[in-house]
Design a protein around this ligand. Structure first.
Ligand code: PMP
Length: 394
């Protein structure tokens, strides 16, 4: 049996990390994998997470199974965090999932059950796992334009032109905030047009929100997701707690499925529970319980929000410093987009050859499509990166 297996393509970002680790050059800069790092290159456990874990260890007196949908405290708190009452709670079904990836996977499986021939529209580019999971499930994907290589901002006209061709019943996958990999995001006014266009097409939105709190703030980053949820009769939302709670390896996420009326929520919830049972029975609990504890304890929540805000402002500061340095070196404003992008990533628009030259000559490690993790920078490495970008002619 196993002799029929073929080698799977290596994950490009993980191979980049391996190459970075093997590089002996002391000035090397890792802008690859999408993990938040502080100025020392460390990914700390957030204070509120540590405290919630301490309390959990002290108080938990059983490890018996949870519900198929996961811990209800977590689900209720996350529905509040993401939606904040944008739709009637009775219309929202939810399951805990292994990370945002699990939520995306379950969302696609739900679509496959309900509308097997629906096409899934994905931004070009997008987080590579979107296309990968869609292909793996044998579903049909179509790209919509998203990024303007010239301005390195959103190709809004291209995006809307493509979304106008979406068929009724198709699904449009949207990044709720902090687009990965580009860092370019629609404005509130542009979101209104996107919503109107997808609605006019009769399509169903699937929102992936993996960086709430990393862009403009917790509520600001959820504004588009809330607007989408409020505007459509049906909507799917996959949210990840990996980044904003810093609990990557705990695998904590949620899939919300919003039905057009509360009377349908029971069946939707039952189907979500069924999907959890088919794939892994009970979802991981530890991270979900920690998140639930933090969000429902005012002091823990305040501390978490304060630390998340430090992280967010730190990344904004790095963006500004890098844009300023590039302004100084090039005597132009053509890299100002870096300061306008939001989230952990920016696609700087360098060619694969330029990305390779920066790696070979200057030990700068960014993904081949020129996505860089802003959190991988610090005051010492910003001038190195800026000089390398200019030298490579990006
Ligand atoms: N969606 C997007 C856009 C992402 O960037 C990520 C993380 N790389 C995820 C979903 C899922 O993250 P996780 O499964 O680690 O929660």
């Amino acid at each position: 049996m196993l002799e029929h297996l073929k080698e799977q393509p290596a994950d490009k970002i993980l191979s980049l990390t391996t190459a970075y680790r093997a590089d002996p050059r002391p000035n090397k800069v890792d802008l690859g994998v999408g993990v938040y790092k502080d100025a020392e290159g460390h990914t700390p456990v957030m204070r509120a997470v540590k405290e919630a874990e301490r309390r959990l260890v002290a108080s938990q007196d059983t490890k018996v199974y949870t519900a198929l949908s996961g811990d209800q405290v977590f689900i209720d708190a996350m529905v509040d965090l993401v939606l904040d009452g944008a739709v009637a709670r009775g219309r929202v079904a939810g399951i805990a999932t292994p990370g945002g990836t699990g939520a995306i996977r379950q969302a696609l499986e739900l679509i496959k059950l309900a509308a097997p021939s629906a096409k899934i529209w994905v931004s070009n580019p997008s987080w590579p796992n979107h296309a990968s999971i869609i292909n793996y499930l044998g579903m049909t994907r179509q790209d919509y334009r998203y990024f303007d290589e010239e301005t390195r901002g959103l190709d809004f006209d291209g995006m809307i032109a493509d979304l106008k061709t979406v068929a009724a019943g198709d699904v449009v996958l949207l990044h709720g905030c902090c687009h990965n990999p580009t860092g370019a995001n629609p404005t509130a006014d542009q979101w209104a047009v996107i919503i109107e266009t997808v609605k006019a097409a009769g399509a169903v939105p699937l929102v992936d929100i993996a960086y709430q709190g990393f862009g403009d703030g917790l509520d600001e980053d959820a504004a588009a997701t809330r607007a989408v949820a409020a505007a459509f009769p049906e909507c799917l939302i996959a949210a990840s707690c990996s980044k904003n709670f810093g609990i990557y390896r705990e695998r904590t996420g949620i899939l919300m499925a919003i039905s057009d009326e509360a009377a349908r929520t029971g069946i939707t919830q039952g189907t979500l529970n069924f999907l959890n049972r088919q794939n892994y029975s009970f979802p991981p609990d530890h991270g979900a319980r920690v998140v639930g504890m933090i969000l429902t304890d005012p002091a823990l929540r305040a501390d978490w929000q304060a630390e998340l805000e430090e992280v967010r402002l730190g990344m904004l500061g790095l963006r500004k410093q890098l844009a300023d340095e590039l302004r100084r070196l090039t005597n132009s404003d053509r890299f100002d987009f870096i300061a306008h992008h939001r989230g952990m990533f920016s696609r700087i628009g360098a060619s694969p050859a330029q990305v390779e030259a920066m790696r070979a000559d200057d030990a700068i490690y960014m993904v081949g499509d020129s996505r860089m993790n802003i959190a991988g920078l610090n005051a010492r490495t910003i001038p190195l990166l800026a000089a390398a970008i200019v030298k490579a002619g990006a």
